[in-house]
Write a protein that binds this ligand. Structure first.
Ligand code: ADP
Ligand code: MG
Length: 404
């Protein structure tokens, strides 16, 4: 790993260190519903505080339109950070304006300030290089060095992720280093048997990962909304379930490739079919090749893998040395359709080896279902970033940190 690490920045005592975190947490009515990303930022922040740096935290939250929008304020996040660090955290009401300048000025050695949402400024995500660079230059005035630790955004060419690293001395934080270490173990000589479990809503989101991982895995288990495109590719009717017709040929190609490579492709043998897409919809379990024969006929929608499938998946997972899981097995947001996801999550906690959960919804699912983070080898904080890494893509936010 050629990534520049924190020690490459030398002594940070008294220096203003901008830390690009990914504090993009889910909020409901101003309350954080999953603080996993705030917790994941703590090791780096504590290391910088202990080194006597003046810590300037920046992050995005949600998708405001390049202008201030109170519902996306980072203030509740700053508050949570203060509770988790057990020390005061100052908050600036803007990102690069008067409030930010005076808050940074007032930050003492070992002190910490959170700047307001980066995306309240159009320059953060601008496609135009000059606009982005101008915003990065404004940010650079607030710091002497940059620590990039927002793993969830390293696949984005954005001002704080990409351009800023070209202006200030920069290095990767501990979270990025950990994430890369784990992802490396999933792509370079993973311990075998190596099982990848894919689910989630769309096959089209995961095609690149399937293509890149097929030559590396022993087993590929397919659940979630994408399973129906696989079943349809094998010639089964799927009623009104999620189906991406335009991906059928691609999926047939993967099925053939798996066979050629000797990869065990495990598709569901039973699914839970519902009368409609609703938490309280009527539902029943049917064989995967008899979805249209459920009582709901052609209007039935498959919302979870069935219990036999879940048990087979669990067995394959438990018998593996390396497991990567991305994408819930069903619509876990509705308790009636969360059983498959729960069984798979449970099996991951029983792996004697490396178990990794990737993807924003998958991470939220395991927490929502009551599993604590430490029962998994690693829960990635970056959905899109970890998938792009596993697709073998070059990520701009890592390349600027010396990653090759
Ligand atoms: P991640 O964020 O972990 O990468 P995705 O975004 O790909 O996962 O997919 C998550 C979504 O997939 C969840 O909101 C879940 O409700 C949905 N999903 C899972 N199974 C189905 C299904 N059978 N039909 C429709 N949506 C599904
Ligand atoms: Mg998602």
């Amino acid at each position: 790993m050629t990534l520049r690490t924190l020690d490459s920045l030398g002594s940070l005592e008294g220096k203003r260190v901008i830390v690009r975190c990914d504090l993009n947490v889910p909020l409901r009515d101003g309350v954080i519903t999953d603080d996993g990303r705030v917790r994941a930022s703590l090791p780096t922040l504590n290391a910088l505080i202990n080194a006597g740096a003046r810590v300037v935290v920046c992050s995005h939250l949600g998708r405001p339109d390049g202008a201030p929008d109170p519902q996306y304020s980072l203030e509740p996040v700053a508050q949570r950070l203060s509770e988790l660090l057990g020390k005061p955290v100052a908050f600036a009401r803007d990102t690069v304006g008067e409030s930010a300048r005076s808050a940074v000025e007032a930050t003492e050695n070992g002190g910490i300030v959170v700047l307001e949402n980066l995306r309240f400024n159009a320059g953060e995500t601008a496609k135009d290089d000059a606009t982005r660079e101008a915003f990065a230059a404004q940010l650079a005035e607030l710091g002497d060095a940059l620590v990039s630790d927002g793993f969830g955004v390293v696949h984005r060419k954005q001002a704080s992720v990409y351009d800023l690293a070209g202006i200030l001395p920069s290095a990767a934080g501990l979270l990025i280093a950990t994430e890369l270490d784990v992802l490396d173990r999933l792509t370079e000589k993973p311990e075998q048997p190596y099982t990848v479990v894919l689910g989630g809503s769309k096959v089209s989101d995961k095609l690149g990962v399937i293509a890149h991982l097929l030559p590396r895995v022993d087993r590929l288990l397919v659940g979630g909304g994408m399973l129906f495109t696989f079943l349809a590719a094998e010639g089964h009717a799927v009623a009104s379930s999620l189906l991406e017709k335009d991906q059928l040929d691609t999926v047939r190609g993967y099925i053939a490739e798996a066979k050629e490579r000797g990869v065990e492709l495990v598709l569901p043998t039973d699914v839970v079919v519902a009368s409609g897409f609703a938490a309280d919809a009527d539902h029943e379990t049917v064989a995967a090749d008899a979805i249209e024969q459920s009582s709901f006929g052609a209007s039935g929608i498959g919302l979870d893998i069935g219990p036999d499938t879940a048990a087979r998946f669990a067995e394959a997972i438990r018998g593996s040395k390396t497991v990567f899981w991305n994408g819930p097995m069903g619509v876990f947001e509705f308790p009636a359709f969360a059983a498959g996801t729960k069984t798979v999550a449970q099996a991951l906690t029983e792996v004697d080896g490396l178990s990794v959960v990737g993807g924003g919804d998958s991470a939220a699912a395991v927490r929502q279902l009551g599993f604590s983070d430490d029962r998994f080898g690693h829960i990635s904080t970056g959905g899109g970033a970890s998938l792009e890494f596993l697709e073998g893509k070059k990520l701009p936010g890592l390349e600027v940190l010396g990653w090759q």
